[in-house]
Ligand binder design. Structure first.
Ligand code: MG
Length: 289
């Protein structure tokens, strides 16, 4: 199934997206559940409850405002740096300069604050006066279902509830100024997410295609099979001594083709539109202003 969080007639709802991707039908949830979006479904399922069937009229997607499936994650989003070889190479002279650790030993993990999250078609605010090097990163994100600590890689896929798309928007100048990436990754609106969550029984995130366009020009195009650390390894690493919770989000890193990797580097400006498409999920598209 594909589950979306959306606003229709002034209220937020969670619904199942039709097979043709043209409409959504709301699930009967409490107002408090609807408020946390798809996280409510994850919570119900890990508690052993069946998900309610969609009720009522199918609503055309053109009539709703899609929100991020998890509009406000309960805590920071786990993110992975340098997880595709070609991307490691394109930023070897900048972001990854001086980091001589072999790329195959431990993944680089950082986080973004939950307040960065915006909807799949919302506008990203350029932090004018603070950064003039805003860049895009097209990424597959995992939504954790059953939580756990010290999850072994051979058990990891059973903890994946579903998949969504994230644009890990980054202020490169701020990212490189500070030893920790947190600030440069956490500006308001820097995490477009959506358009919905595809449940893990519908696709395998270990083998899908991630593409990103800027103003219609294809910039990123890779398979998740090219990840340096695969999804089971990432779940194993993030849960070492840290209990992963239902609804936690892990964004798995970006392929080559970011603006900073171009010659000369090019960054996003007002009016630019970034579209990210992942096979099996759909697409998000955000204007920068
Ligand atoms: Mg990233």
């Amino acid at each position: 199934m594909r589950y979306a969080t959306f606003i229709h007639d002034g209220s937020q709802k969670v619904g199942a997206v039709s097979a043709d991707g043209q409409s959504v039908t709301a699930l009967p949830l409490t107002a408090a559940e609807a408020e946390i979006g798809v996280l409510a479904l994850v919570t119900r399922q890990v508690q052993g409850q069946a998900l309610p069937a969609p009720t009522g009229q199918a609503i055309a997607l053109t009539q709703v405002r899609l929100m991020a499936p998890v509009p406000r994650p309960r805590r920071n989003i786990f993110c992975v740096g340098r997880n595709y070889q070609a991307h490691a190479k394109e930023l070897a002279g900048s972001i990854f300069k001086g980091n001589n650790q072999p790329t195959d030993v431990w993944p680089m993990i950082f986080t973004k604050v939950p307040e960065t999250v915006i909807g799949p078609f919302d506008t990203v605010q350029l932090p004018t006066g603070i950064s003039d090097q805003v860049d895009y990163e097209s990424e597959l994100a995992i939504v954790i279902g059953q939580g756990g600590r010290n999850i072994r890689r051979e058990d990891a896929m059973a903890h994946v509830w579903g998949y969504t798309i994230v644009n890990d928007v980054t202020a490169r100048d701020v990212q490189t100024r500070h030893a920790q990436w947190h600030l440069g990754k956490s500006f308001d609106t820097f995490c477009p997410m959506g358009p919905w969550v595809v449940t893990a029984d519908q696709m395998d995130g270990r083998d899908t295609r991630v593409r990103g366009w800027v103003n219609g020009e294809l910039r990123q195009d890779a398979s998740t099979q090219d990840m340096i650390f695969d999804i089971p390894s990432l779940i194993e690493t993030c849960s070492r001594g840290i209990t992963l919770r239902p609804g936690d989000i892990i964004s798995t890193g970006t392929p080559a083709g970011v603006g900073m990797g171009r010659t000369p580097p090019t960054y996003l400006k007002t009016g630019d539109v970034v579209r990210i498409e992942i096979d099996g999920i759909g697409a998000i598209e955000n204007r920068f202003a």
